[in-house]
Design a protein around this ligand. Structure first.
Ligand SMILES: Nc1ncnc2c1ncn2[C@@H]1O[C@H](COP(=O)(O)OP(=O)(O)OP(=O)(O)O)[C@@H](O)[C@H]1O
Ligand SMILES: [Mg+2]
Length: 320
């Protein structure tokens, strides 16, 4: 396989709380994302997915660890270098509405990132061609050029968000819940568009979602997060066929099914409170909710390679 485009090593992000504690939003995350491939990041609300995405793009400085782009640490880059790098690394959000200036037309919204980055001087005609070209690629016919965000439905607004990311010709996009606010039929259209663009441009994605059906549709590899930590990391097929962590199993068994033959299967329901991410105790973060946890789990746990490419952070996965 090619070398990773984006890599993190021991990446952590902590926030000081008003009470003087330390909130562990992201803890010791190692990941690799390859050109043309998608890493799905899945987990419940508040587990640190967005913080991870922002830290990978250095929109937030990590508290510890490193972020590499093409094998080079980006943490020491100055402003200018970072600005250049943000041509290669873009982000799209759940709610494009709040990130789109309501006073700007679709055309100006899509042209803005290009104008901001400046660089090579482009003539008006060239700019127009680029903007309309990328709009079209993102499924926005040119008749929408003079529309405003409030005149568009959610799916088209997300297409504008995507066009704004694509117009600078990036190589890596963090997609933070980009379809979570959309109707299911529109979700599929946007996911398929993302996959078409990926194929055509060899893009790498980090795709953040709490929805396992979505992550299954789009990912090559999947990382399961819980309270800032990685609990399981595996190629998609392997994760769905052979989930090892009790938390992953609980997540998978909670997917609603229309398949009658699977209706009666055992469900691993989660009980217990999610503990606080502020000054968390040592050991497995999931232990307070885990039916298999024993004393050893509260002492410590390591993410280990169980089979080639399949990592799991559970001492008890065999028993489970
Ligand atoms: N700027 C910040 N200051 C303090 N705490 C923060 C900050 N940003 C995030 N957090 C905390 O870090 C933890 C992780 O938040 P994050 O938004 O990354 O989770 P998430 O997995 O994206 O959740 P969701 O699915 O709801 O979007 C949460 O406990 C959150 O309250
Ligand atoms: Mg989030």
């Amino acid at each position: 396989m090619a070398a990773p485009l984006v890599e993190t090593v021991g990446l952590s992000k902590y926030f000081k709380t008003s009470g003087g504690g330390l909130l562990h939003a992201v803890e010791d995350v190692d990941l690799k994302i390859y050109p043309g491939r998608t890493l799905g990041v899945v987990g419940e609300s508040g587990c640190g997915k967005s913080t991870l995405g922002r830290t990978v793009l250095r929109l937030q400085m990590p508290s510890a660890g490193d972020v590499l782009f093409e094998g080079e640490s980006i943490l020491k880059y100055g402003r200018r270098r970072m600005k250049e790098l943000h041509r290669d690394m873009q982000m799209i959000f759940q709610d494009p509405y709040s990130s789109l200036d309501p006073r700007m037309s679709v055309y100006d919204l899509v042209a803005e990132p290009l104008r901001e980055l400046g660089g090579r001087r482009t003539s008006r005609a060239e700019l127009g061609e680029q903007v309309l070209g990328i709009m079209e690629k993102c499924g926005l016919p040119r008749r929408y050029a003079n529309s405003y965000p409030h005149e568009l439905d959610g799916g088209r607004r997300q297409r504008v968000g995507l066009a704004r990311a694509m117009v600078v010709n990036p190589r890596f996009i963090v997609c933070d819940e980009p379809v979570s606010a959309l109707d299911v039929s529109i979700q599929a259209q946007i996911l398929n568009l993302l996959m078409d663009l990926q194929q055509e441009h060899g893009l790498a994605y980090m795709f953040i979602t709490h929805d396992l059906c979505v992550v299954r549709h789009i990912s090559d590899d999947i990382m399961v997060m819980y309270m800032g930590c990685v609990l399981e990391y595996a190629p998609k097929e392997e994760l769905f066929k052979n989930p090892l962590h009790p938390y992953t199993r609980a997540l998978l068994s909670a997917i609603p099914t229309t398949d009658l033959s699977r209706r009666g299967r055992q469900r691993h329901m989660l009980s217990g409170e999610v503990s606080s991410p502020v000054d968390p105790p040592a050991g497995c973060r999931f232990a307070p909710r885990c039916p298999y946890a024993d004393e050893g789990c509260r002492v410590g746990v390591r993410l280990e390679e169980v089979s080639p490419g399949h990592l799991c952070a559970c001492r008890r996965s065999r028993e489970a």
